[in-house]
Design a protein around this ligand. Sequence first.
Ligand SMILES: [Zn+2]
Length: 328
Amino acid sequence: MTMEPIFVQKLRALLSRLPLNHPVREKVESDLGKRVAGYKGEQSLHYYLSFLPEKEFHILYDLRLSFNNHFFQIDVLLLSKRFFLILEVKNMAGTLLFDDRFNQVIRIKDGEEEPFQDPLQQVKHQQFQFLNWLKRKHIEPAPVEALVLIVNRNAILKTMDEKSKYVEKVLHSTMLLPKIDNFKKLYKDFHLTDKDIKKIKKLLLKNNTPYNPDVLQLYNLSKTDLLSGVRCPNCSYLPMDRVYGKWICRDCDTSAKGAHLNALLDYSLLCRSTISNQEVRSFLHISSPSVAQKLLQSLNTPQTGTTINRTYKLPLQHLYSLIKKSPC
Ligand SMILES: [Zn+2]
C-alpha cells in the first residue's frame, strides 16, 4: 500500500482541525474529494499494470516535473526499452461525449450537460513538455506514446464522429493491456538499454516535486482557525486532558499514552515542521513546560537552538513510524 499524496494528507488533517461550521470547509471537502478520486483512479490501475513483466516495464506514478518555470504532472509513466507511455487517468462517471470538431468533452450525468477540459489535449501537452524536459536533460528517449484512461466503471464513452481521433487514444482501463500489446508489436526496436532506463528513472525521481502547498496559506487561514488539542482515539472527542503521564478523554474515559502523536502530525502537516516548547503547550493544551519538554524529548528527533528557544523537528515519516508503534 503506497502512501497517499502529501496534499491529500494535508487536506485530511485540515478538515479534522476545522470547526464544523467553518466557512472554508465546503471548499476543502470538495478539493479533497477530487484529489482522492484522482488518487484512487491511479491506484485502480495497479491491478492491470501488475500483469506487465517487471523486467520489461518500469512504472512511475504521479510525477510532477518543472519545465520553463511551470510544473507539469504525469499520472502514470511506463518506461521500457522500446517505448514510453504516458497515461492520463480520469475517474469520471456518466456518459462522456467526445467532440472532434471543437476538441471538447461533454459529460452527461443525471440529465445535465457539463463541459470538461479535453483530456486528450491535456495528455498531448504533457507528452510535448515531457519530450522537451528530456531534451533539456540531454536524454534521447524511446518513442513516447500517450493515452487517456477512463477508470470509472460507470462511465460510458461516446464520440460524435464515427472516425473520431478519440477512439484510438481514449480507453477504459480494461483495454489497457491489449493496447500495450499493440504498442509492443508496433515498436519492435530497442532504442535504449537497461542501464539507460535505470538512469532515466533515477533522474525522474530525483526531479519529482510533489504538490505540497502550505494549506493554511492556500485557503487564507491562520493557526487560530484550527481546533487545537489532542483527539480521543476512541470517540474523536477534542481535547483530551493530560493526567499523570496519560491522555484521558472526558467524554468516554478512554486513556491513551501516545494520543499526542497524531496531534503533532497534524501540527507538522498544517503549521510547521518544527515546534517549540511553548507551541507544544498551546497546541496540546499542556500547562507545564517540563511535561511538554519530556514529551518532545521522547520523540527522539533532532533539536536546534539553546534551552530557551529550542525547537524540535517533526519529520512526517518519523511521526508515522512512532504512531504505528504506539499502543493506542
Ligand atoms: Zn473519547
